[in-house]
Design a protein around this ligand. Structure first.
Ligand code: BES
Ligand code: ZN
Length: 838
């Protein structure tokens, strides 16, 4: 690895910034901005060259003022490394200087840097806003800066805006003045010392809720005009989470206010700018009367996630982007801790088993990666935001938390934040803090999970446990799957009794009671493979497992089926044993198997699959019915939706279809069942429904309804309509949504292959039109496809010949998954008829 001095993507550390004074004047109509920045710098080694970051900006000659007077320099931008090289006539003295630069730029449409978004409000009036998205490395597109997370500084922002427009940034407004020309100058308080990627400024016709004051800090939700009736839920969660984290971390909130801002066009889900958190509208604004529990839980988690970052990420920040995983894995873990306290009835840790499952599935591919991964160029940093970072990362933290105990873990986090506040860290600093609290070899255990890809299957045989790597795909070149791991195993006797905590290290095997539940509590990041007799004993006494253990058993069994170690028959047997428990996570695992079979069966076997689906899911649905019963488990509604969808689609259940169609036709489709009803109606292929969904999409009054019908359109069971939608989807939908619809179309069981063919034909044009942060959507839909090996190989060859600048790793994973699914289908097909009939 080159040292920072030799690496063209890293800035030299001989000049350090400590404070920025920024003045920015955006012109929304002209889609342009001008600005000036003054930076207090410390020169640590005499130099006539200052290297900083800038891209897509026009810079004026820089001026440096120091004790010895003023000096003007020349500037040159190196677009390929996104750096500005400032050269002065004579070396600058050591010590403090003020660097001033004027600049101008374009408000782009790429959803990154300082960008523009237009939208039409409920009254039909068109509006324009300008907003920022700087993570990972796009602050340099808005102003020249030292754009690396370790160059922390304070930021004083002044925005000059049109009279009537709102202006928002990271801190409270301290000064406002009218300028003679109808514009307003708005100045914000200096921020805490923080990284450039956390700076935000937003200008536009926004409205806001009255703030709730939490421990002295005002929290408000900010939204485009006319959406105030959708903001209450976010405000409630925001206020709860802010207080929750202050208590959990035992440190006051480090900013002076919190705005949660809904942005009409946003590349990601949300972004943790200090005090000015930005969100995709659908991840913030919701009508709690018509939103589903899944949607509410998602919004609650996104808000909690971003607010956790105010401490973990904003107050204490990774030294360099290879540490991004820690930021994101930890915030993902904390979103569950917080929302579990917010709504105990949602059973958040049972829900978490779905995150673990996503991480495990990707991590069984040869194209997985280690959680911590070297990062050089800007494009490498953005690629870190993937399921290995979020899902695997948070799952191994949860495993560690279980191993150390929740309180010890929390105390270690408190120590880490206290020791490194306003500063930067590497992964080892967290392990050191946890070791100091726990006296356990945390670093040693975690090394085996963080610096190699893959995870183990823990095999139980004759009362002993051993490990081997789980491998989903067939080897097809180099593999990132490593091993062995230091596996924290908690096993307990099946009949009851305390779980014991052990560390499974190769080659030593561990002794365990028989029959045992090996991953007791379900927080281990590994699969368990029981020998046949033990598995049979467990299947007979499924009621002796906790809900999460049952879910994990089903998930692990399905993963072993995918890897070729178990058969679909084993999975079906397990599913039949589930009975009529209200356990969405368990039924989700069954649902995923049925979805796979739906895509894998030939027309000869379809009737068998329909019967089998109804036999499996019918009894539990019969106990639930369509209408919520008084006093039922809060999660019954979520399960009901899963069952309606699968029975109505894969099960082709006539009664379900009739009821779904009549509810759809009534026009009132909301709440938990709504998305399921749309999916069932799609499977019925009724003429006119596609046009009806398009109309309902256009009439939608909230982001969830809009999303429901946008997705409904992409789920149409007709190849020609899929292609028609593809042809216009970048025009019909917002740029934040169009690419996601392409991914959904690629996943469509009927039209997906034809859609992909078109995407391949139009590849260059699509890459040109779609903003870079969203390019990966062009390949992600493939993960859902189950096809034949020849098609999968052709798709893989195309994408390998057309790699993305950023995100190709995830495309490679999608391709390997696609190939593995095709092979699984080919393996199972010869026996499917007897499996399903039996
Ligand atoms: N900081 C991230 C978003 C991000 C990461 C942007 C890396 C650019 C590069 C933010 O905190 C985040 O994680 N957002 C998630 C939502 C979250 C609740 C999982 C997202 O946007 O998907
Ligand atoms: Zn995050």
């Amino acid at each position: 690895m080159p040292t920072p001095h030799e690496d063209p993507y890293r800035l030299p550390s001989i000049v350090r910034p400590s404070a920025y004074r920024l003045r920015i004047e955006p012109d929304l109509d002209a889609a342009a901005f001008t600005g000036t920045v003054e930076i207090d710098i410390e020169v640590l080694e005499a130099t006539e060259v200052i290297v900083m970051n800038a891209v897509d900006l026009v810079l004026e000659p820089p001026v440096v003022r120091g004790a010895a007077g003023e000096s003007s320099g020349a500037v040159e931008i190196d677009e390929s490394t996104e750096r500005a090289i400032l050269t002065f006539p004579a070396p600058l003295d050591l010590g403090s200087h003020v660097l001033s630069i004027g600049f101008k730029g374009v408000l782009n449409d790429d959803l990154r840097g300082f960008y523009r978004s237009t939208f039409t409000d409920v009254e039909g009036t068109a509006h324009t806003i300008a907003t920022t998205q700087f993570e990972a490395t796009d602050a340099r597109r808005a102003f020249p800066c030292f754009d690396e997370p370790a160059f922390k500084a304070t930021f004083d922002v002044t925005l000059v805006v049109d009279g009537a427009l709102g202006a928002f940034s990271n801190s409270r407004i301290v000064h406002e003045a009218k300028l003679g020309d109808g514009r307003r100058e708005v100045s914000f308080a200096p921020t805490m010392t923080m990284s450039t990627y956390l700076v935000a400024f937003i200008v536009g016709p926004f409205e806001a809720t009255p703030p709730i004051v939490v421990d002295g800090v005002p929290v408000a939700v900010v939204f485009p005009p006319g959406k105030g009736h959708l903001a209450d839920f976010a405000l409630d969660v925001g206020a709860f989470s802010l207080h929750f984290f202050k208590e959990y971390f035992d440190i006051p909130y480090p900013g002076d206010k919190v705005d949660l801002v809904g942005i009409p066009d946003f590349a990601y889900g949300a972004m943790e700018n200090l005090g000015c958190v930005t969100f995709r509208e659908a991840e913030l604004l919701i009508d709690p009367a018509t939103g589903s529990q899944n949607q509410l839980a998602r919004i609650a988690m996104v808000i909690a996630h971003e607010l956790a970052h105010m401490w973990f990420g904003d107050l204490v920040t990774m030294e360099w982007w290879e540490g991004l995983w820690l930021n994101e894995a930890f915030a993902t873990y904390m979103q569950y801790v917080c929302i579990d306290a917010y709504k105990p009835g949602w059973q958040m840790w049972v829900r978490f088993s779905a995150e673990r499952e996503v991480g495990l599935m990707i991590d069984g591919l040869h194209s997985t990666r280690s959680i911590e991964f070297p990062v050089h160029a800007a494009a490498d940093a953005i690629q870190m935001a993937d399921p290995i970072t979020y899902q695997k990362g948070s799952s191994v933290l949860k495993m560690l938390e279980t191993y150390l105990g929740a309180e010890t873990f929390r105390d270690g986090i408190r120590r880490y934040l206290r020791d490194h506040a306003y500063s930067n860290t590497a992964t080892g600093d967290l392990w050191a803090a946890l070791e100091a609290e726990s006296n356990e070899p945390v670093g040693e255990i975690m090394h085996s999970w963080i610096y190699q890809g893959g995870h183990p299957i823990v095999t139980v045989r004759d009362g002993t446990l051993s490990q081997k790597p789980y491998v989903l795909g067939a080897p097809d070149g180099p593999s990132s799957i490593g091993g062995p791991w230091k596996v924290p195993v908690r096993s307990r006797p099946l009949g009851g009794g305390a779980a014991d905590r052990q560390l499974l290290t190769e080659p030593a095997a561990l002794v365990t009671p028989q029959p045992a539940v090996v991953n007791a509590g379900g927080t281990g990041f590994y699969r368990t493979s029981y020998e046949p007799a033990q598995l049979a004993a467990i299947v007979r006494r499924l009621d002796q497992l906790s809900e999460i253990e049952r879910a994990v058993l089903l998930q692990d069994t399905w993963a072993l089926v995918r890897a070729g170690d178990r058969s679909v028959t084993d999975m079906l047997a397990l599913a039949s044993g589930l009975g009529t428990q209200v356990e969405p996570s368990c039924w989700d695992a069954v649902d995923r198997m049925l979805e796979f079979l739906d895509r894998a069966v030939s027309s000869d076997e379809r009737a068998l699959l329909e019967d089998r689906t109804r036999a499996l899911l019918g009894p539990i649905f019969a106990t639930l019915g369509w209408e919520p019963a008084a006093g039922e488990d809060e999660r019954a509604q979520v399960l009901r939706a899963t069952l309606v969808r699968r029975l109505g689609t894969t099960g082709a259940d006539p009664a379900i279809r009739a009821e779904a169609a009549s509810r759809f036709d009534s026009g009132v489709v909301d709440g938990d069942l709504a998305d399921a009803i749309v999916a069932v109606v799609n499977s019925m292929r009724r003429p006119g429904d596609f046009e009806e969904m398009r109309q309902r999409f256009q009439d939608a009054k909230d982001p969830q309804t809009e999303e429901r019908y946008r997705q409904g359109l992409a789920g149409v069971a007709d190849e020609a309509l899929c292609l028609q939608l593809l042809a216009t989807c970048l025009d019909d939908f917002r740029m934040q949504d169009g690419p996601i619809i392409i991914a959904r179309l690629e996943a469509n069981p009927i039209g997906g292959r034809a859609v992909w063919e078109q995407v391949a034909v139009r590849w260059d044009e699509l890459i040109e039109r779609i903003p870079p942060p969203m390019h990966i959507a062009l390949g992600l839909g493939l993960t859902a496809q189950v096809t034949d090996s020849a098609f999968a190989a052709r798709v893989a060859a195309f994408h390998r010949a057309h790699p993305l600048d950023a995100g190709q790793k995830r495309i490679d994973q999608a391709l390997e998954y696609l190939i593995a699914s095709a092979r699984l289908a080919e393996r199972e097909r010869p026996t499917l008829a007897s499996t399903l009939g039996g």
